[in-house]
Design a protein around this ligand. Structure first.
Ligand code: 5RP
Length: 230
């Protein structure tokens, strides 16, 4: 997606922000634009308190003097604005392309609303073309891999999975975990798949966000559309 479309989606989502709000800050290249725009507002005196979903977003927010808090300091957030790798018509998401899915899900779950910003190409009929990120504990990795492969078989995955790499080494999340990127092709029962994956002891979390998001700003060359099921 072009950077201009990411920026437009982020700009449109600024309409959700009110003074004094507690805001969850997403992770990724689209969320980066939202944080950048929010930083410009803060520089002009806008008051808010934000919880970042990754170390990368925390660093960006600190550089912009955006006031930060943790979920230890506050119990709930008004809204989280975040990107997505896929979104379907029921606002179910695949997230975690940037590796921040665990913190993203914790922050989204602590928010009254989660609003996705993305370009329209992320809107899909069926989830699963984007490989599903599955965050796993490094301990017992071989056993977890076997169990994940079994679940993928049961759910008719069209491909296998890969242990995520970055810069020639195994990618490690902010929480010190690994990520398996699982190529399902199409996910026909996301709710059942979610439960099956979470039943595996070594699985910390997965990138299916179900019933967490109900609004999205999707940017296309002819403008930004706002979708909501509320
Ligand atoms: C990070 C994420 C991102 O929100 C997702 O990968 C979309 O990123 P981008 O805006 O760069 O396309 O889930 O864990």
């Amino acid at each position: 997606m072009s950077d201009a479309l990411k920026r437009q989606a982020a700009e449109a989502a600024m309409a959700e922000i009110r003074p004094g709000m507690r805001i969850g800050l997403g992770t990724g290249s689209t969320a980066w634009h939202f944080v950048d725009l929010l930083g410009a507002r803060v520089a002009r005196g806008f008051e808010c308190l934000c919880v970042p979903t990754s170390e990368a977003t925390a660093t960006q927010a600190r550089e912009l003097d955006i006031p930060l808090a943790t979920l230890e300091d506050i119990d709930s957030l008004d809204v989280t604005i975040d990107g997505a790798d896929e979104i379907d018509a029921r606002f179910r998401l695949i997230k975690g392309g940037g590796g921040a899915l665990l913190r993203e899900k914790i922050v989204a779950a602590a928010s009254a609303r989660m609003v996705v910003i993305a370009d329209q190409s992320k809107l899909v009929e069926t989830l699963g073309k984007f490989p599903l990120p599955i965050e796993v504990n490094p301990f017992g990795l071989a056993a977890t891999r076997r169990a994940v492969a079994g679940v993928m078989d049961r759910f008719g995955a069209e491909g296998g999975f890969a242990l995520r790499q970055r810069d020639g080494a195994t990618f490690m999340t902010d929480g010190g975990h690994y990520i398996l990127d699982a190529s399902f092709g199409r996910i026909s029962d996301a709710e059942a798949l979610s439960r099956a994956l979470l039943d595996i002891p070594g699985v910390v979390q997965h990138g299916l966000f179900l019933d967490l998001c109900h609004e999205a700003y999707l940017a296309a060359p002819d403008g930004v559309i706002r979708l909501s099921d509320r």
